[in-house]
Design a protein around this ligand. Structure first.
Ligand code: F3S
Length: 389
């Protein structure tokens, strides 16, 4: 691999042995992937920080790294954790709180920002062609597909080591020639949050190559987010080109297959998993986390439907949204709606096993069924909140 003079200096330990070791790992992995150089990153996003996933070995690794003086060299954000930072949820098991706070402390000691959200692009929007080292599949898909930035789907440790060095290997989606769409999918019905999730699930399950979507009318960022999160969950898609959305010249086209799809096709394909109305035990909205605009939309819908929820409702949001919307959260709380902060319900442990769960998120649907063995169905936000009575 070609290394610049600055990278040689780091490897020689001139900026400390921790940074040298971190760069050595990045170089080794890059060589295994066939990279012939490293690229500078502007932003790292560290996933895989939940204590329920990394356990004691992961915590020890982070604590040792932090106490050896490791520090982020670029802006670095953190994914959600397995606990709710309000400490008030009736659903989340807090038995891992102490250990999770130690994980957070080690990360913060290394100057990882305590963002605890899967929307790193909400805190700092990436520029087209910018190189990133991001973990978290939905964020990676947004970075590549919506912003035209360049990142592979990195594991948590690699994203952290890239953050410490400021570099990542030039392989995969960092290279423009690896960003060529080969399957065109035309969908000419209006998307809503339910059909966006269904389309994402279908793409993930059916399409192996990088897809190019033609969506008319143009979907909102909220729908794009649900679509990409679902496609990334079922199919590992890190780039889904969307005509008119993905910035030009950040991808190529060499179409070998064309598919047309209608709303009815999706509803028919997933009919066994669509919520048919009535009571639910738990409604979960906020995978990926809700932005401030989405929170306000939900508040408006709740007012329109006179706050008639049909069971327990949980919304998950980033800490920053919780501090900006403190007054709105109080109103929600008084209405019996739980808002969990900085949490990923997929990696958490529940206090009890909920019965029928409804969600508008294809990603939550996929993982809550697969990992928590819950009985989950899909519906749009409006239907969950009260239209279907
Ligand atoms: Fe975010 Fe967890 Fe969903 S990280 S995208 S809330 S699975």
């Amino acid at each position: 691999m070609y290394l610049t003079r600055e990278q040689e200096r780091i490897l020689a330990g001139e900026e400390g042995w921790v940074k040298a070791k971190a760069l050595k790992v990045i170089v080794r992995v890059g060589e295994a992937l066939g990279a012939d150089r490293l690229v500078k990153i502007r932003h790292a996003h560290v996933s895989g920080i939940s204590y329920t996933n990394i356990g004691e070995p992961g915590l020890k690794f982070l604590e040792e790294l932090a106490s050896s003086g490791a520090e982020t060299a670029v802006y670095t954000t953190s994914n959600p954790t397995c606990v709710d930072l309000t400490g008030e949820s009736s659903l989340i098991d807090y038995s891992y709180l102490e250990q999770q706070l130690l994980v957070n402390k080690a990360l913060e000691k290394m100057r990882v920002k305590p963002t605890y959200t899967c929307l790193p692009y909400m805190l700092r929007a990436p520029a087209p062609h910018e190189h990133l080292a991001w973990g978290e599949s939905n964020a990676v898909a947004m970075a590549n597909s919506f912003y035209g930035a360049r990142t592979n789907r990195e594991g948590g440790p690699i994203a952290l080591l890239a953050s410490i060095t400021g570099y990542i290997y030039d392989a995969g989606l960092h290279k423009i020639e690896e960003r060529t769409a080969r399957v065109m999918i035309r969908f000419y019905d209006q998307l809503d949050d339910l059909t966006a999730s269904l389309l994402g699930l279908w793409i993930g399950e059916t399409v192996n190559n990088i897809p190019l979507l033609e969506l008319t009318p143009r979907p909102s960022i909220h729908e794009i987010k649900l679509l990409l999160a679902s496609a990334a969950a079922t199919g590992s898609h890190a780039l889904v080109v969307i005509r008119g959305v993905t910035p030009p010249r950040t991808y190529g086209e060499d179409i070998v297959d064309k598919i047309s799809l209608r709303r009815e096709d999706l509803l028919k394909n997933y009919r066994d998993y669509l919520w048919s109305g009535g009571d639910y035990d738990l409604a979960y909205i906020g995978c990926p986390h809700l932005s401030g605009a989405e929170m306000l939309r939900i508040m408006q819908s709740l007012e329109k439907w006179l706050w008639k929820t049909r069971g327990k409702m949980i919304l998950s949001i980033p800490p920053i949204v919780s501090s900006v919307f403190a007054r709105e959260l109080e109103i929600l709380k008084k209405k019996g709606i739980e808002v969990i902060v900085g949490t990923c319900p997929v990696v958490t442990r529940f206090k009890y096993k909920p019965g029928l769960v409804v969600t508008n998120s294809g990603k939550a649907f996929f993982y809550l069924r697969r990992l928590h063995k819950l009985d989950v169905y899909l519906a749009s936000i409006e239907d969950i909140i009260g239209a279907k009575y």
